[in-house]
Write a protein that binds this ligand. Structure first.
Ligand code: NDP
Length: 288
């Protein structure tokens, strides 16, 4: 039987409407909306699309949103000043610095400047440290979205072997850490470009998460029949088509579940950004 398709777009609609209800409640109780400030430096076309989609989602859910568009030549000092002012603005609950930044800017330094309770991307050392020490707070959006996709589709995770392809700080590594948390309880293997015998490892996966950025890298012979296949990859082919890291058509007939690209993990990433903004607003009001 062909794999069940996990529709990230449809799930996002459901979760974003739940978030809209929570935001309306917050407005009623406190007089303020959850607010996200996006910072876009330069004119990378893909980044412009991502930021626009995030803003649209905010507005639809009744969140406040602001876009700070800066020239590609903006100095590090000016960008740090903007972040400091957003850190101090009580209407702003989440700060999103759209990556990649132009080469002359120190990305780590800029991201570290975002105050941890407004770090809605969850990439900063404090939030990643809390996740590592088993006290998760603001989780990186993409791997959090993957977890929610699994849970909302009632896919068992506890005791299952999850193989994650990729060890980046924004997807692969936090994906592994999230799945290892007490109460989620997966057995996790993280693979990367130096992993030997990759196919032998991926074939053991009950759940395979691909986050490497190589079109159609995961082929049918790498997947155990019935496995859950989550495709995080977003790759643009020469003809302009967007594809994932997984050979979707080849794997569909024998997998248990599979996510499409587009329409899988991508929409969930935006949804979890909204989730984090609302959570950040609640955390900030508690810490006052
Ligand atoms: P990075 O380039 O930061 O990391 C890629 C990882 O894949 C690295 O750990 C690398 O290993 C590993 N890798 C590369 N080639 C191989 C190989 N042949 N075998 C095994 N491992 C390999 O990418 P990101 O994590 O930022 O993104 C991964 C993909 O996910 C991209 O397509 C990106 O566009 C997409 N993405 C999608 C999002 C969404 O919302 N759906 C959000 C974020 C990213 P090593 O460390 O050894 O170099």
């Amino acid at each position: 039987m062909a794999a069940k398709i996990i529709d990230g777009k449809a799930l996002s609609v459901v979760i974003q409407s739940e978030l809209a209800t929570d935001a309306a409640l917050m407005l009623k109780e406190t007089g303020s909306r959850p607010g996200l400030a996006a910072v876009l430096v330069g004119d990378n076309p893909a980044s412009q699309v991502y930021v626009r989609n995030k803003q649209k989602a905010c507005e639809k859910a009744g969140f406040a949103s602001w876009l700070h568009k800066l020239d590609a030549n903006t100095s590090q000092g000016d960008l740090l000043k903007l972040i400091a002012s957003l850190n101090n603005d009580p209407k702003v609950h989440g700060i999103l610095v759209q990556l990649p930044l132009p080469k002359h800017l120190d990305t780590e330094l800029i991201l570290d400047a975002v105050t941890p309770l407004k770090d809605v991307d969850g990439f900063g050392p404090e939030n990643l440290g809390l996740l590592t020490s088993g006290r998760p707070r603001l989780l990186p959006c993409t791997p959090h979205g993957v977890l929610i996709m699994l849970q909302r589709n009632n896919i068992p995770i506890s005791g299952k072997h999850v193989v994650v392809l990729g060890r980046s700080t924004i997807v692969g590594k936090p994906m592994g850490l999230i799945l290892l948390q007490n109460g989620i309880d997966a057995t996790v293997t993280i693979c990367h470009s130096k992993t030997a015998n990759l196919k032998e490892i991926t074939r053991q996966a009950d759940i395979l998460v691909a986050a490497i950025g190589r079109p159609h890298f995961v082929t049918p012979d790498m997947v155990k029949p019935g496995a859950v296949v989550i495709d995080v990859g977003i790759n643009r082919l020469d003809d302009g088509k967007l594809v994932g890291d997984v050979d979707y058509d080849g794997i569909l007939p024998n997998a248990g579940f599979i996510t499409p690209v587009p329409g899988g993990v991508g929409p969930m990433t935006i949804t979890m950004l909204l989730h984090n903004t609302l959570l950040a607003a609640k955390l900030q009001s508690k810490s006052k």
